[in-house]
Design a protein around this ligand. Structure first.
Ligand SMILES: N[C@@H](CCC(=O)N[C@@H](CS)C(=O)NCC(=O)O)C(=O)O
Length: 203
């Protein structure tokens, strides 16, 4: 394997980590993947913390040895100059709008509820009920935005779609049946097809 290849430390059940894989695969960027389990606390070893002191995946190490963390920052780095970042200034700013919203309002609800249900095995009664009401609001907002358009920005695939699909495609595992949000369900299928992804098992 080439030394000039990027290394990705990621947990393949994490949407944040899969964002990096999706963009690298879509753009044909080579990488080696080091499976790093969050549940087994492999993000807490001294070797891992030397790469990312925040103790989180994903983190990549670029061919020159530079580490880079934060899924959306990694995607932006990988996709620079590609069609996944709109050339139009307003569309590009709208893509950023959705990327920031994904991190502040979407991921902390949909991903966290999925983590608690699937990975921690918590019964619904033990999960903060706000995660359910906030998740419904998040999906409602996305559904309204997607009514009459195919993608989030400029009617073409962009990093906004990749970031948002990463956990929305697992919304069922988080306890949100996408039948209630048909525009979101249609868009998930469209983005998965555009990225060449199979729907996750059980959906
Ligand atoms: N905002 C970060 C979030 C990263 C994150 O929360 N990673 C989780 C897995 S999805 C993690 O490594 N958790 C382990 C921990 O925080 O201890 C990103 O988008 O990369």
């Amino acid at each position: 394997m080439s030394d000039r290849m990027m290394t990705v430390w990621g947990d393949s059940r994490s949407g944040n980590c899969l964002k990096v894989k999706f963009v690298a695969d879509f753009l044909g960027i080579p990488y080696r993947w080091v499976e790093t389990s969050v549940l087994k606390a492999e993000t807490r070893t001294s070797d891992f913390l030397a790469i990312n002191p925040a103790g989180q995946v994903p983190v990549v190490v670029l061919p020159d040895g530079q580490p880079l963390a934060q899924s959306n920052a990694i995607m932006l780095f990988l996709a620079e100059g590609s069609d996944l970042i709109p050339g139009d200034r307003v569309d590009r700013a709208l893509m950023f709008q959705w990327l920031f919203w994904e991190q502040y309002s979407h991921e902390p609800v949909i991903a966290v509820r999925r983590f608690q249900k699937v990975f921690l095995g918590k019964p619904d009664a033990d999960i903060d009920p706000l995660l359910l009401s906030r998740g419904e609001r998040v999906l409602g907002l996305m559904d309204a935005h997607l009514a009459g358009r195919s993608y989030f920005v400029g009617d073409r695939l962009s990093l906004a779609d990749v970031a948002l699909v990463a956990y929305t495609r697992f919304a069922g595992e988080a306890g949100f049946d996408l039948v209630r949000w048909p525009h979101v369900a249609g868009w998930v299928g469209r983005v998965e097809a555009a990225l060449g992804l199979m729907p996750p098992e059980g959906r």
